[in-house]
Design a protein around this ligand. Structure first.
Ligand code: GLU
Length: 616
């Protein structure tokens, strides 16, 4: 078990410098700050895994005081909005999955951002050039914009989750996050590096400079970062509910910020303005949804239905792989099948999945084991198919192998690596898997002035150039297709494993690969999570972490795969995902697993350790 005690624990924090959105540094006073991190925690009475020790501590505090998994998940998510503000927050959206121990049922909430009612279908085309706004590290025109901001779904998701499954009100659930925002958290290398990676974008907006680039630089590692403006915004939600976000002065400020972002004088970026109005905010609804279901070996796998492509794509991949004895294969052969199945499912995702309120999504077909069986015919155990592979025939399939389809033109995938994920279980057996995001790290780069949070750039998940046959084309009021894949797996009708990850479209592959590592390749959950990753999203190359290339490169290359090192164009990290999971053992034993190293390592905690001692 890896146990990290950071330099700035409670006592040393007393002398650390304090950064408050650009204020002059002042000494902070001693206050317990959660900086210890374990990648695995085993015990009883409740558990949590997130990327951040403050967020995990918030969940544990709520669980200890008698709150349930839904309460603790909202508390942790709100805390992540403070400590991981570039990944998630009330300016974004996400998908919340809940296993209800009383009913044995899985329910979900779709809290995806929506396009404004007045968003034109050519919104991402620069009128000056007739070409799409640029989306590169050097010229991040599209992601740094008002036009990419969708109506946030996160406050409504929290409210709906608490109403449906929780025991606390919003005020109670937000308390730990308000505390962390006020007293500050210790800046680590990940936070500083993410700020530096976004310097060009953050420097584009005065409000973002003020909050995240105090004195013109990213906050120093070891300093204390406070966000009293966010604490105030949370307090508003705590006192008045989400009506104070989707209406009233804050809604007016959000709409005004999207329509006229607070651009700093010296930016070279064009900053296309957005179309969001207060009416769009007032109309927003987080949606109750049935989960997707796939049967894989002895397991029932529940995930997120469209507007996310997570549940259908993970589920279809599993149904394809169900036809092969992965456990009986050499690891590289099993991974070959994993990569091929993923490519096939991504082909079907691209052709069929969008927001079901706007396009017909054949969810049942994509999750039909017979369809999966037919798609499995496309896998040659001894050779990688040429990519991209064609989508399957969703109209006439019967599980029999069809004549091979011709390859298509190559596709690109512009999604980025950001977002955050959390897993919570409580003493009653309820489970939450929740993925939330503001799209890319740093979202749109726009802080709502004086309110302490970033707005998302989720609408960049739409296909950039309008094509009337593309299910993910821009349409006003629509939710862009997501890849978020919060997943809860039951065995014999009891929770077996809950997991999820950030990482754009690699979310799907990370969740899938982790399931295979655990179920087929004989790893325990901690090893399954830590194992090196690769993603095949129906593109010519397989994106892979360096350790994966080292371990399996020669064998997979011999099978015809082209492996290239992972690396988000906008960040320096050569890694895929930052997953969290909880596995459910006998007699209430919980194993919470977080990343040992990715994103600087995550934080797994349990309420009581295996000896019945409360974890500190
Ligand atoms: N926008 C992505 C999605 O919904 C998530 C952001 C990310 O992880 O990069 O799939």
């Amino acid at each position: 078990m890896r146990h990290v005690r950071r330099q700035f624990a409670a006592v040393t924090a007393a002398v650390a410098l304090s950064v408050t959105g650009g204020a002059v540094a002042t000494p902070a006073f001693a206050d317990p700050r959660q900086t210890e991190k374990d990648a695995t925690a085993t015990g009883y009475g409740g558990a949590v895994s997130t990327v951040d020790p403050e967020a995990s501590a918030a969940a544990i505090e709520v669980l200890r005081k008698g709150g349930n998994a839904a309460d603790a998940a909202v508390a942790a998510a709100a805390t992540l909005g403070v400590t991981e503000p570039y990944s998630a927050g009330i300016g974004g959206g996400g998908y919340f999955v809940f296993y209800d121990a009383k009913t044995g049922e899985v329910g979900t909430i779709d809290g995806r951002e929506t396009a404004p009612a007045k968003m034109p279908t050519d919104a991402f085309i620069n009128p000056d050039t007739g070409q799409p706004y640029l989306f590169t590290t050097k010229d991040p025109e599209l992601p740094t914009s008002g036009v990419s901001v969708g109506v946030p779904g996160t406050p409504a998701t929290w409210e709906r989750a608490l109403q449906r499954w929780g025991t606390l009100d919003m005020g109670e659930a937000l308390k730990p996050a308000i505390k962390v925002a006020n007293r500050g958290f210790v800046v680590d290398e990940t936070f500083r590096q993410q700020t530096l990676d976004n310097k060009l974008r953050f420097d584009t907006f005065t409000s973002t400079q003020d909050l995240f680039l105090p004195g013109g630089d990213a906050p120093a590692v070891g300093s204390i970062f406070k966000n009293p403006e966010l604490a105030e915004t949370y307090r508003l939600l705590a006192q008045q509910g989400t009506g104070a976000f989707y209406g009233g002065p804050l809604a007016e400020e959000i709409a005004a910020t999207v329509q006229a972002p607070p651009v700093s004088g010296d930016t070279a970026l064009p900053v296309p303005v957005g179309f969001m109005t207060t009416a769009d905010l007032a109309a927003y609804k987080a949606l109750d949804q049935d989960p997707t279901h796939a049967k894989y070996r002895d397991y029932d796998v529940y995930g997120m239905a469209p507007s996310s492509s997570g549940g259908t794509t993970v589920g279809e991949s599993l149904h394809i792989l169900e036809n092969f004895d992965l456990a009986g294969m050499a690891p590289a052969d099993a991974l070959h099948h994993y990569l091929e199945a993923s490519a096939l499912a991504f082909a079907d995702r691209g052709a069929n999945v969008g927001d079901p309120a706007f396009v017909d999504v054949p969810t049942e077909t994509l999750l039909d084991p017979v369809f999966g069986k037919e798609r499995a015919c496309e896998i040659d155990p001894e050779a990688a198919a040429s990519k991209p592979v064609a989508p399957g025939d969703i109209e006439t399939y019967d599980g029999a192998c069809p004549a091979s389809a011709a390859p298509l033109a190559d596709e690109t995938d512009t999604e980025n690596i950001s977002t955050t994920n959390l897993t919570v279980a409580d003493r009653w057996g309820n489970v939450v898997e929740y993925t939330l995001t503001i799209e890319q790290t740093g979202g749109s780069g726009i802080v709502v002035p004086g309110r302490g949070f970033l707005l998302n750039n989720e609408l960049t998940d739409f296909t950039t150039v309008y094509n009337p046959t593309d299910p993910n084309r821009i349409q006003p009021g629509k939710r862009p297709r997501s890849s978020m894949s919060p997943t809860i797996i039951l065995k014999d009708e009891k929770p077996f494993l809950a997991l999820g990850s950030p990482g754009g479209s690699t979310i799907i592959t990370t969740v899938l690969q982790t399931i295979l590592n655990r179920v087929d390749l004989g790893m325990n959950i901690s090893d399954a999570l830590a194992a090196p990753r690769a993603a095949q999203r129906n593109t010519a190359n397989v994106t892979a972490e360096p350790a994966f290339i080292e371990a399996y490169g020669p064998e997979l290359t011999a099978l015809g795969h082209t492996l290239v090192p992972a690396g988000d164009a906008f960040t320096s990290a050569a890694e895929i995902g930052a997953a969290t999971a909880i596995e459910f053992g006998d007699d209430g034993l919980l194993t919470a697993a977080a990343e040992p190293t990715r994103r600087g390592g995550g934080s797994a905690m349990v309420v009581s350790d295996a000896n019945g001692h409360k974890q500190k």
